[in-house]
Design a protein around this ligand. Structure first.
Ligand SMILES: *[C@@H]1O[C@H](CO)[C@@H](O)[C@H](O)[C@H]1NC(C)=O
Ligand SMILES: *[C@@H]1O[C@H](CO)[C@@H](O)[C@H](O)[C@H]1NC(C)=O
Ligand SMILES: *[C@@H]1O[C@H](CO)[C@@H](O)[C@H](O)[C@H]1NC(C)=O
Length: 374
């Protein structure tokens, strides 16, 4: 009996028909629960860490689609930055670098804030005076966040913005610690960014940076060193790691580390740590003074070069020129123009290319009339 005939024969049997109907219904239920917009809406409140953004870059927006032309392959051995410098993977990596497939939704790009974000210029404000002046009215942290969000969209990472409440006697920047602690339960990599962090090369994927900085299976977290000045040293004279840009990798030891970090607020693991609840540099001091000496296997807490992952070209004299990840601590007013620049640097050459492609039809050459009729 041919296959089609056999299926038809089975379907004419009542029991087989019932079975088929049950399978079909289960299938519909599965699709409804996994794709339906209702799922997104309900989980927005109930399960904030498990409702994911669509990872399919092309279908998300034409903006991300535009960037598909530029995306650096995750396993590229080098790229040339907009500063003209070439960045080559370190020689000690194998021919095929460890992160050679897109991590997509295993990566979370994470922002967190305790400030109101619906004030004029804020990222959650939905009423703007006009579309035309909006890009000038957006404040610097709205720009910073849109840079992070766009990076996530281009490479198919998930993105979340945690809006937290201010707590009495605890400085607002602490909110990133419980946010990362919860997020790392759900993602292989959590990338936390302060609002004044700007990715200058949006086409460079996280995977490439992980290869470049040699993040390996033993790394719990990685952060950039701060500039070497006395105020940036812990009480043993070691320069702090800056918590404005954090790469965290999921593991049971990472989870233990985040719990230890969080516990600084109640002093259970490090009794003297509570002084940093509201004293600068807050959670950064907790990490620098206690965590990194407690979690001290060579790969536990990785220090990234300040020149590559902290500061910006404007403060290059501090040794921190933000070549791959910029941090505008003192120049927050520059964030909007740097984020705009970070998009235009892709757009303008493309526009010029198109102009040149059409040049034959564009150019009307002014030639000497005497030559033409001569
Ligand atoms: C850098 O990448 C380009 C493009 O993939 C390649 O042609 C070039 O050989 C690479 N340069 C080095 C030094 O590996
Ligand atoms: C949002 O921005 C508009 C325009 O600047 C302003 O009128 C409005 O008060 C803001 N909303 C809130 C909740 O602050
Ligand atoms: C202190 O904080 C840690 C981390 O949040 C928590 O696990 C622990 O239960 C807290 N202890 C007390 C006594 O509140």
């Amino acid at each position: 009996m041919a296959l089609i005939e056999r299926i038809f024969f089975l379907l004419t049997q009542r029991w087989a028909f019932c079975l088929a109907a049950i399978i079909y219904s289960l299938g519909l239920l599965y699709i409804a629960f996994h794709n339906g917009p209702s799922q997104v809406e309900s989980s927005r409140v109930l399960t904030p860490w498990t409702s994911h953004l669509p990872a399919n870059v092309a279908s998300v927006s034409s903006i991300a689609h535009f960037f598909e032309n530029f995306r650096l392959p995750v396993d590229a051995d080098n790229f040339t930055g907009f500063n003209g410098e070439n960045y080559l993977l370190p020689y000690y990596l194998p021919q095929k670098p460890p992160f050679n497939k897109p991590l997509s939704s295993q990566v979370l790009i994470l922002d967190a804030d305790t400030r109101p974000l619906d004030e004029p210029g804020g990222i959650l404000n939905e009423t703007w005076e006009s579309l035309t002046t909006r890009w000038e009215s957006m404040n610097w942290h709205t720009y910073g966040r849109l840079n992070h969000y766009l990076w996530a969209k281009i490479h198919g990472y998930d993105y979340k913005l945690v809006t937290a409440e201010d707590q009495p006697d605890i400085h607002g920047t602490w909110c990133k610690v419980p946010a990362m602690r919860q997020a790392i339960e759900h993602y292989k990599f959590v990338i936390f960014l302060d609002a004044d962090i700007v990715l200058p090369h949006l086409h460079v994927p996280l995977e490439w940076l992980l290869n470049y900085w040699n993040i390996n299976s033993e790394t719990l977290i990685a952060m950039a060193k701060d500039p070497t000045t006395d105020i940036n040293n812990d009480d043993r004279g070691q320069v702090f790691l800056n918590t404005g840009f954090v790469i965290a990798q999921q593991s049971s030891r990472t989870k233990e580390m985040f719990e230890a970090w969080d516990s600084c607020l109640n002093g259970t693991r490090y009794p003297e740590c509570t002084q940093w609840r509201d004293k600068w540099p807050h959670e950064q001091a907790a990490l620098g003074t206690y965590l990194r000496y407690d979690f001290d296997r060579p790969e536990d807490v990785k220090a990234l070069p300040c020149a590559e992952a902290n500061g910006s070209p404007e403060v290059a004299d501090t040794g921190c020129s933000g070549k791959l990840v910029r941090h505008y601590w003192n120049d927050k007013h520059l964030v909007p123009s740097k984020v705009q620049e970070g998009i235009l640097q892709y757009f303008m050459p493309r526009l010029h290319d198109q102009f040149l492609q059409e040049y034959e039809k564009v150019e009307v050459k002014w030639s000497d009339p005497s030559e033409e009729h001569g």
